[in-house]
Design a protein around this ligand. Structure first.
Ligand code: GUN
Length: 285
C-alpha cells in the first residue's frame, strides 16, 4: 500500500507556523500582513477558492481585503483598481482570481500587478527570476509540491521526474524549479498534448507530477512500480471529487501518492499565505 502524502496535514502545520510568526510580529506593535484579492464575476469554482483564501487568511491573523467586481467591469476599471492596490501601503500582496471574463486580457492584468506584491508569482519578472534561480515569489502550486517533498522526506536529486502539463502556472515553473540545483536537482521531462507516447515517459518516472486537467487519465499500467505520484487535478464528478490520476488503480502500485481532495489543493492556499508574509517582511524591512 502506498504512503498517503497528506497535503491537508502538512498545510495545517505550515499555517500554524505562519500564525505563530504573525503573532510574534504583531505583538511587537506591527500591523498584520494584508492580502488583497480581486474577483471578477460569479464563477462558482472561483467563489469556492476565494472563500477558502479568505478563511485561511483570517485563521492565521492575516488581513484579507476582497474586491468583488461585476462580470461586465471594464478592463480599464480593473487595471486602475490594481494600480491603486499597487500604491496602497496597507496592501502587502495581491492576486486576481482566474479565469477572467473574455473581454479582459489576463496578460495585461498579470503585468499590471507590481512584482513585489505578486502573491501568485505570475508576473513575467518573477517567472524570469525563477527561471534564473533567483529568489522570487514562487507560484503557489509548484511551491506547495516542493514543500510536500521536503516535509515527506522525498529527495528529488538525480531522480527522473516527469511532469504532465506545460501551463505557466504549474508545469513550466515546476520544471524550472525541479531542474534547478538548489530546488530540485532532478532530470525533468515535460509531456503535453503533442507528446506522442505519454506512457513511454510516465513509466520511466521515479516521480510523476500530473497537471493535465483530465479526470483519471493516469492508469496503473502508466506508472512504474514504487513511483511517487503527485496529482494536481481536481474535478467535480457525479460520484464526488477526483484528480487526474485514477487513484484506486494507481495507489496499490506506487510508494507514495497525494489524495484528491486533501493533497496538493490545501498546499496551494498555504503557499499563498507564505508568499503574502514574504511580501510583508520585504516591505517592513
Ligand atoms: N485560478 C485557478 N488557480 C488559480 C491561482 O493559482 N491563482 C489565481 N489567481 N487564480 C487561479
Amino acid at each position: 500500500m502506498a504512503r498517503l502524502i497528506s497535503g491537508k496535514d502538512i498545510a495545517a502545520a505550515i499555517r500554524e507556523e505562519l500564525a505563530a510568526e504573525i503573532k510574534e510580529l504583531t505583538a511587537k506593535g506591527n500591523r498584520p500582513p494584508c492580502l488583497a484579492v480581486v474577483w471578477v464575476g460569479d464563477d462558482p469554482a472561483s467563489a469556492t477558492y476565494v472563500r477558502a483564501k479568505g478563511k485561511a487568511c483570517e485563521k492565521i491573523g492575516m488581513q484579507f481585503k476582497l474586491h468583488h467586481l461585476k462580470e461586465d467591469v471594464s478592463e480599464e476599471e480593473l487595471l486602475s483598481l490594481l494600480q491603486e492596490l499597487n500604491a496602497d501601503k496597507e496592501v502587502d500582496a495581491m492576486l486576481v482570481q482566474l479565469p477572467l471574463p473574455k473581454h479582459i486580457s489576463e496578460k495585461k492584468v498579470i503585468e499590471t500587478i507590481a512584482p513585489d506584491k505578486d502573491a501568485d508569482g505570475f508576473h513575467p519578472y518573477n517567472l524570469g527570476r525563477l527561471l534564473m534561480g533567483e529568489p522570487t515569489f514562487v507560484p503557489c502550486t509548484p511551491a506547495g509540491i516542493l514543500e510536500l517533498f521536503k516535509r515527506s522526506d522525498i529527495d528529488t536529486k538525480g531522480k527522473e521526474v516527469v511532469i504532465i502539463g506545460r501551463s505557466n502556472i504549474v508545469g513550466k515553473p515546476m520544471a524550472a524549479l525541479l531542474m534547478q540545483k538548489k530546488t530540485g536537482n532532478a532530470t525533468v521531462t515535460v509531456c503535453h498534448t503533442a507528446t506522442k507516447d505519454i506512457t513511454f515517459h510516465t513509466k520511466r518516472a521515479d516521480i510523476l507530477i500530473v497537471a493535465a486537467g483530465q479526470p483519471k487519465m493516469i492508469k496503473a499500467d502508466m506508472v512504474k512500480e514504487g513511483a511517487v505520484v503527485i496529482d494536481v487535478g481536481i474535478h467535480r464528478t457525479e460520484s464526488g471529487l477526483c484528480g487526474d490520476v485514477d487513484f484506486e488503480e494507481v495507489e496499490p502500485k506506487v510508494s507514495a501518492i497525494t489524495p484528491v481532495p486533501g493533497g496538493v489543493g490545501p498546499m496551494t492556499v498555504a503557499m499563498l499565505l507564505k508568499n503574502t508574509l514574504q511580501a510583508y517582511k520585504m516591505r517592513m524591512r
